[in-house]
Write a new protein. Structure first.
Length: 274
C-alpha cells in the first residue's frame, strides 16, 4: 500500500497522532506513553499516606498538568479525522475518555481521582507504537472468535444455569436446613461455586446423599471447563484464516483492521488513499 499523502493540515496532524510510521508519529506516541506511565506513577505514589502528606500538593498540580495535556491530545484526535464520532465510540476512544473523566469528576465527587489508575489501559497503545504485529493479530483473532462464538457460548451458559438450578434444588431437598442449605437460592449459590470448581467451603453437604450429589456436581464442573475452550479454539482457527491486515488507520474514522488490498475503509466507507 502506498503511503497516504496530503498537504492539508488535518492529514498531517493525522499522520503524527494516529500513525507511527514516521519519525514524528513515533516520537509523539513514545512521548504519550511516557506521559501516561508517569501519570500512573504519580497516582500510585499519591495513594501512599506518608508520601501524600509530604508531596500531596505537588502531586495535585502535576496531575492536573497531565489532565490538561491529555485533554488537548483527545481534542486533537477528534479534530484530525473527518468522522470523530467513530473514534469516540471505538475501543481506544472510550479508554481515552475514561482516563480523562476521573480528574473532572474529582471536582464534584471526593475520591474520584483515584480512578485515574484506569489510565494504565492506555498503555495498550504500545502494541501499535512498536509494531508488535503478532500480538495485534492474536488480539484480532481472539476478538473475532469471541464474536463468532457468542451465540454458542450463550446457549452453553444457559444450559449450565439450568443445571445449577436443578442441582441446587436437589441439594435443598436432600440436605437439612441446618447444614447451610436453608433455601433454594442458597443451594443454587452452592451449586454455582461447586460447578465452577471454586469451592469456598462456606456451605458443604453432610448427608451421604448430599455428598453423592456434590461429587456429581464436581465431575460435571470439570467436564464443563472443556466445552467453551473447544468452542473458542475452533473459532480462533477459523479467524486465523482471514486475510492479513494493513497497519495504517483510516484518515476519516481512525479505525484499523483493513485488508492489505483494501481501497476503502470497511468501517465508514471513506477512501484509504488521500
Amino acid at each position: 500500500m502506498k503511503p497516504k499523502t496530503s498537504g492539508h493540515w488535518r492529514f498531517r496532524l493525522h499522520e503524527v497522532i494516529y500513525e507511527s510510521n514516521s519519525p514524528a508519529g513515533k516520537a509523539f506516541d513514545v512521548g504519550l506513553l511516557i506521559a501516561i506511565f508517569t501519570s500512573i506513577i504519580v497516582v500510585m505514589l499519591d495513594s501512599v499516606i506518608s508520601i501524600h502528606n509530604k508531596y500531596g500538593n505537588l502531586f495535585y498540580y502535576v496531575e492536573w498538568v497531565f489532565t490538561a495535556l491529555f485533554t488537548i491530545e483527545y481534542i486533537l484526535r477528534l479534530i484530525s479525522i473527518k468522522k470523530p464520532i467513530r473514534y469516540v465510540f471505538s475501543l481506544l476512544g472510550i479508554i481515552d475518555l475514561i482516563s480523562l473523566l476521573p480528574s473532572y469528576l474529582s471536582i464534584f465527587f471526593l475520591g474520584a481521582q483515584s480512578l485515574l489508575a484506569f489510565r494504565a489501559l492506555r498503555l495498550l497503545r504500545v502494541f501499535r507504537i512498536f509494531k508488535l504485529g503478532e500480538f495485534l493479530s492474536e488480539i484480532n483473532f481472539l476478538t473475532q472468535a469471541l464474536r463468532n462464538s457468542f451465540r454458542k457460548i450463550s446457549i452453553f451458559l444457559l444450559t449450565v444455569l439450568t443445571i445449577t438450578v436443578i442441582l441446587g434444588s436437589i441439594m435443598y431437598l436432600v440436605e437439612k436446613r441446618e447444614n447451610g442449605f436453608s433455601n433454594i437460592p442458597e443451594s443454587i449459590y452452592w451449586a454455582i461455586v461447586t460447578i465452577t470448581t471454586v469451592g469456598y467451603g462456606d456451605i458443604s453437604p453432610i448427608t451421604p446423599m448430599g455428598k453423592f450429589v456434590a461429587s456429581v456436581v464436581m465431575l460435571i464442573g470439570y467436564a464443563i471447563i472443556a466445552v467453551p475452550t473447544g468452542i473458542i479454539t475452533h473459532d480462533i482457527a477459523i479467524a486465523a484464516k482471514s486475510k492479513k491486515e494493513m497497519p495504517e488507520s483510516c484518515p476519516s474514522c481512525s479505525l484499523e483492521g483493513h485488508d492489505t488490498d483494501a481501497l476503502f475503509c470497511k468501517h465508514c466507507g471513506s477512501s484509504l488513499f488521500k
